[in-house]
Write a protein that binds this ligand. Structure first.
Ligand code: MG
Length: 273
């Protein structure tokens, strides 16, 4: 067997897996793809991929170093049960944690935390700003994740235009980035990146090539760091017209884009590719 020299780092939410509200099934109901539920939350189904996508994942896991790369906390990540072999590596908390066979690498985490303390304003300062400026009229939840970053769940219809931009302008000089994804507004320290974690895993596995996919601004650094990438036809990157020469913009959106991304990964990185 040829050594697995291609590393595939993929975002999960709205890239590979989709909630009911993000599926974008536009065809006739009778022709809709069958879906596999891969996440249950509080006893209810939450995230899906198509059955065809589900059939591709075991191949991807066997033929490449497949690294789920998510902003989710470790706890939120562990709810997801993807088909295929359990990944040897996973990136959680936007790069704040690397899981090795499901267990956090504490050495990595300490190094990241030290870097954040040096280069970004403290989480408490950003959180105070969020709480001081968010309006209870549209703020549904305020959360911190892994003591690394913060996010708000908001009523999108009531969120004033310009609020996110204003927050981003305040956060930038303090070393923080802001990302709006569906009903969530993330505030994340700029040095907390999926790309740094991907580079570390590529180093450890000796991967010769890296492929990536993602839909949001928090995935931009991951896409830029990879040798080749794909972004779906929906999401923050698509909406903002973001592009890079080695990143292909797919025309598919919703859960169909997730299936197409897996096909592209296999074509470019699988043994037949
Ligand atoms: Mg995403």
């Amino acid at each position: 067997m040829r050594p697995r020299t291609t590393l595939v780092a993929s975002d999960l939410d709205r890239t590979l897996i989709y909630s009911a509200g993000a599926l974008r099934l536009t065809g006739p109901d009778a022709e809709a793809p069958r879906l596999l539920c891969v996440e249950v939350y509080q006893g209810k189904p939450l995230s899906y991929l198509t059955e065809s996508a589900a059939a591709l994942l075991p191949r991807l896991g066997a033929e490449t170093v497949f690294v789920p790369s998510t902003t989710r906390t470790r706890e939120q990540y562990r709810r997801i049960r993807l088909p295929g072999p359990p990944p040897e590596y996973a990136i959680c908390a936007n790069g704040g944690h690397i899981l090795v066979h499901g267990e956090p690498d504490e050495h990595w985490h300490r190094a990241v935390a030290a870097r954040l303390a040096e280069e970004s304003a403290p989480l408490a300062e950003v959180r105070a700003r969020l709480l001081a400026t968010a309006d209870p009229a549209w703020l549904l939840k305020e959360r911190t994740a892994e003591d690394l970053f913060a996010y708000l769940v908001v009523e999108r219809a009531l969120l004033p235009e310009g609020w996110v931009k204003e927050l981003a302008e305040w956060a930038g000089p303090r070393g923080w980035a802001v990302s709006l994804q569906g009903r969530k507004i993330y505030a994340v320290p700029q040095p907390l990146t999926k790309s740094a974690a991907m580079r570390e895993i590529a180093r450890r596995t000796g991967a010769e090539r890296t492929l990536a996919a993602g839909d949001s601004l928090l995935d931009a650094d991951l896409l830029l760091a990879a040798d080749h990438g794909w972004r779906p036809g929906h999401g923050e990157l698509a909406d903002s017209g973001w592009s890079a020469p080695h990143v292909e913009a797919l025309k598919e959106s919703g859960v169909a884009a997730g299936e197409e991304i897996l096909r592209r990964f296999l074509r470019a990185g699988g043994r037949a590719g």
